[in-house]
Design a protein around this ligand. Sequence first.
Ligand code: ZN
Length: 249
Amino acid sequence: MSQESVITFPLFERRNGLVCAFSTRFGGYSTGEYAGLNLGRNTGDRAETVTKNRDYFFRQIAVRAEEVACGEQIHSARVACVDRPGTFLKTDALITRQKNLFLAVVTADCFPLFLFDPVSETVGVVHAGWRGVQAGIIENVFQILAGTLQINPGRLLAAIGPGLQAECFEIGEDVFRLFARSYLYPHPRADKRFLNLRQLILDKLREQGVAPAHLEASSECTHCLGDRYYSYRRQAKNSGRMMGIIGIR
Ligand SMILES: [Zn+2]
C-alpha cells in the first residue's frame, strides 16, 4: 500500500478544475500518539504542529489555508450554504457554488462525504457520523441541492471516504434501536451489535436520486488501518484527524 499523504477518488478525476482529496497519516510533523499528519485542532496535539501539518497538506493539493471553509462539526444535521472561507459554527455540512473556495471536513472514524454537480459546478461536503445521518443530514443537504438550488440529483456525483466500517462499528443497545435491522452487521457474537453506516449512507444517496454509477465509496476502515489513518475508536482522546477537501479552482 502506498504511503501517499493524499488520496483521491477516481470518480472525481479528470474534472476540469475540481479538487477533491482526503489526507492520510503519512507525512507531517506530529509525534507520539498523534504521529504523522494530524490535521485536527482540539485534539491535544500542539497547535503550531497542526498548523504546519495543514500547510503541508494544503501544499500537496495546491490550496491555500485562506481559501478553506470548515464547519465547527457538532454531529448535528445542520447544513450551511457558504460563499467565504472561515469556520462556520454548529454546522456539519457545507455547500458552495463559489470558485476557489474549498470546503473541508475533519474526521477520524465518521465518514467524509463529497458531492459535485458538474452542470452547475456546485460542491458539498458532509460530516457523516451516525448521529448526523440518523438526524437527517443527508436529507437536509438534498433539500438544499435539489430544492433551493434546483440541481437534478441524477447528475450529481458522490464519494464516501474512509471511515469506521461495519465489522468495527460496535454499537450499544441505545444506538441499535435507532436504525433499521437491515443495517445491523451480522456478527457471530449474539451479544454484540454492529452498524453498517456506510451502506446506510449509500442507500440514502440512492433514495435521493443519485445514480449508482455516480457513487463511489471507500471500503478502507480507519480502525483497522492504524498506520494509514487515525481512529477515535482506537485512540480515543489521543486520536489525530484526517481532512477532506472539495472545491473548484
Ligand atoms: Zn475495521
